[in-house]
Write a protein that binds this ligand. Structure first.
Ligand code: GLA
Ligand code: ZN
Length: 681
């Protein structure tokens, strides 16, 4: 059920608007800092994220601390009624530390230790690094825990990466001992009799052997767990002195190396860094859907609680191949896209553009030019003005009755598998399904397979290759009780150790899906089979559609056949089935059917399952509609991701455009890349 969540900063029930700010780069030019505060007012910036890479500014020599500049900054922010998102500085460390204690530096897979360079270059296991982080975090919390500017703790920066030092390997072996108890159990789980990989001593285990899939999977799990453990160490250091200020860390969407579901329970609020590039490119709607999927994921990670958009670029990025400018209106579009899916803050990287080094060409609120004149500054100020009118959105959430399972461990396992084709396209397949729902304005939660399916009417699990213990029985229970479940090719192949199920695919989902998947054919990228709908099928679908990439060879056991393949030696065999199970229905789509098929398929399913949408009318190409509500107030977000204008039919509803206060009825007009928030009246 929709409900209200508290604001990110309890005493500040407004959108945080601001971003990463590094006055420590400008301490020698105090007039610049004065300008920054003057311009913040004009841009309606009410928050700075500070100290993210400030370790050298805070501890220039081991054990010598210099907080004066941060004291002045926070005091000034408090005077201006601004909120500080205060970072722990562990994302980069001073050179004195790397040279005195080389163990803090990360080691590459080939065993060579990195030099002191760049950032995000530390070992998460190193006791020295943990000790130094514990000290600086403790000092920060001790000094600022009751500072009136402090709003949120920002843990480190974009945790990521792995280290192959002896300390990390020893920790990995300990982790394995905890998981398996004995070497025999480990050898069995990893099927290590294959190619004579049986381990006779724990010390022989090194995560360098891609042929042992169970090993690689456990290494990836370990990297996540060790990173979470490091983060918990950071939190504990803060909590010695500050038990109340919320903690977050800036995540990176669907960043493959880390399973963010393991981080979520340790955090008070979720935040992420989002850098879309909406240009007039052929794949931009897939890109837009992927970004929305990430937003939904971040909101779902704490049961629907709004999240923070911790970083976004007010203009271009600098790290892509081609870093195009955001055209007028796109900043508002990306900001409203985040809010539509549950963001309660809009923050940028960066507030003032750095003068030198690696990010001097990255977009910023304040350009090197330095005034309020640039277009980007003016657009930021417009977003700020808009946010001031959106206070009532704070704490509302998205009433999702559909869940999409996007599962990291499954992703690792399916992509690691050698065969049946190299590029499995797991992410792209999740986007295919998500995009179809998104283009119809269906609110979606994005969960992993271990989350509850409560409150869902429709559960979509693309390519759920790995079924960890209990997942199949929870899916069966969901269908039994009346849910609609959609599975695809490559479902139910392996268990949590990546051992294939014996007794036929889709393993423990065979009964609920009512099919046996005997073999998997794969296609070249330029090949297609056809999905031929059976005459008079209960979904009322007709016609033929392309099916690509995978073509499972399935037998309907208790399921009913809805469509068959049109070509190849398996022409006439089933490629879409439905199984009635308890009071629900379980669908199996055996091939990667084209978007137009998915569109008709989901239209039928949404109607049959009684899933509500943000708007019941059909949306134009390139537009999504999203809804946020607390069950009382309801906000409708209309977002156009194409450069051409669009007209959205609003049906019978009556709305007020929140920013202008104009009444909108019947139809809403969106410019190219246009966006608006409407309040239902
Ligand atoms: C990341 C980092 C920031 C900055 C931006 C640039 O998100 O967290 O420090 O480097 O990228 O886009
Ligand atoms: Zn290490």
């Amino acid at each position: 059920m929709p409900r209200s969540y508290p604001p990110v900063v309890e005493r500040f029930p407004h959108f945080l608007h601001g971003g990463d700010y590094n006055p420590d780069q400008w301490l020698h030019m105090p007039e610049i800092i004065d300008e920054d505060f003057r311009l913040a007012k004009l841009a309606r910036v009410n928050s700075f994220s500070v100290g993210i890479f400030s370790w050298m500014g805070l501890e220039p020599e081991e054990g010598v601390f210099t907080f004066d500049w941060l004291d002045r900054l926070l005091d000034r922010m408090a005077k201006e009624n601004m909120v500080a998102v205060l970072a722990t500085p562990s994302g980069a460390r001073p050179a004195w530390m790397s040279f005195k204690y080389p163990e803090v530096l990360r080691v590459r897979p080939d065993g060579i230790r990195n030099r002191h360079n760049a950032r995000h270059n530390h070992c998460m296991t190193s006791p020295v690094y943990r000790e130094k982080v514990g000290i600086i975090n403790g000092k920060l919390a001790e000094r600022y825990h009751d500072h009136p500017a402090l709003g949120v703790w920002h843990l480190s920066n974009e945790y990521g990466g792995e280290c192959h030092c002896p300390l990390c390997y020893a920790a990995f072996r300990e982790w394995l001992k905890q998981r398996y108890g004995t070497l025999d159990a480990l050898n069995e789980a990893w099927w290590s009799a294959f190619w004579s990989h049986r381990y006779s001593d724990w010390d022989q285990i090194e995560p360098q052997d891609g042929s042992v899939h169970g090993l690689m999977l456990d290494w990836m799990r370990f990297v996540t767990d060790q990173t979470v453990d490091f983060m918990k160490h950071e939190i504990a250091a803060l909590r010695q002195f500050d038990t109340k200020t919320p903690c977050t860390t800036n995540m990176m969407g669907t960043f493959k190396p880390l399973n963010y579901w393991r981080f979520a329970p340790e955090l008070d609020v979720i935040s992420w860094d989002c850098y879309p590039s909406y240009h007039d490119r052929p794949n931009q709607l897939d890109h837009a859907a992927h970004i929305s999927l990430c937003h939904d994921l971040n909101r779902s990670m704490r049961g629907g609680q709004p999240f923070m958009l911790m970083e976004s670029s007010p203009s271009a990025q600098n790290w892509q191949e081609i870093n195009k400018l955001k055209s007028p209106g796109v900043l508002k579009l990306v900001s409203l896209q985040a809010i539509a899916h549950g963001a309660d803050t809009i923050q940028y990287f960066q507030y003032r553009k750095s003068r030198g080094s690696a990010e001097k060409f990255h977009g910023a609120v304040i350009d090197h030019e330095g005034t309020e004149k640039p277009r980007v500054f003016r657009e930021v100020a417009e977003v700020g003005q808009m946010l001031e009118k959106l206070d009532d959105v704070i704490g509302t959430t998205v009433p999702a009755e559909t869940a999409l399972i996007f599962d990291w461990e499954n992703w690792w396992a399916v992509e690691e598998a050698r065969g049946p084709r190299r590029d499995k396209q797991y992410m792209a397949t999740c986007i295919d399904h998500y995009r179809t729902l998104w283009s119809k304005g269906v609110p979606v939660k994005v969960i992993d397979s271990e989350q509850p399916f409560d409150g869902c009417k429709l559960l979509v699990a693309p390519m759920l290759y790995m079924l960890r213990p209990g997942v199949a029985s929870r899916i069966a229970e969901f269908v039994q009780k009346g849910g609609t479940f959609v599975a695809t090719y490559l479902t139910g192949i392996a268990d949590e150790s990546d051992l294939c199920f014996l007794g036929g695919w889709p393993g423990p989902l065979r009964e609920v899906l009512g099919i046996w998947a005997e073999e998997i054919d794969v296609l070249y990228d330029d090949e297609a089979n056809t999905v031929v709908l059976q005459h008079g099928n209960p979904l009322g679908l007709t016609g033929e559609f392309a099916g690509r990439t995978f073509c499972d060879q399935i037998h309907a056991e208790t399921a009913q056949v809805l469509a068959t393949y049109g070509q190849s030696f398996y022409a006439g065999s089933p490629c879409l089935t439905v199984n009635e199970f308890g009071s629900g229905k379980a669908y199996y789509l055996a091939t990667r059917a084209e978007q137009s098929f998915l569109s008709s398929f989901y239209d039928a399913l949404l109607q049959q399952a009684g899933v509500s949408k943000a708007l019941e009318t059909e949306l134009p190409e390139g537009v999504t509609a999203q809804v946020r509500t607390d069950g009382d107030k309801e906000f409708l977000f209309l977002l156009n991701f194409l450069a051409s204008p669009a007209e959205v039919c609003l049906g019978d509803g009556s709305y007020v455009e929140v920013v202008s206060g104009d009444t909108v009825k019947g139809k809403a007009q969106l410019d190219g890349h246009g966006s608006m928030v409407l309040r239902k009246v």
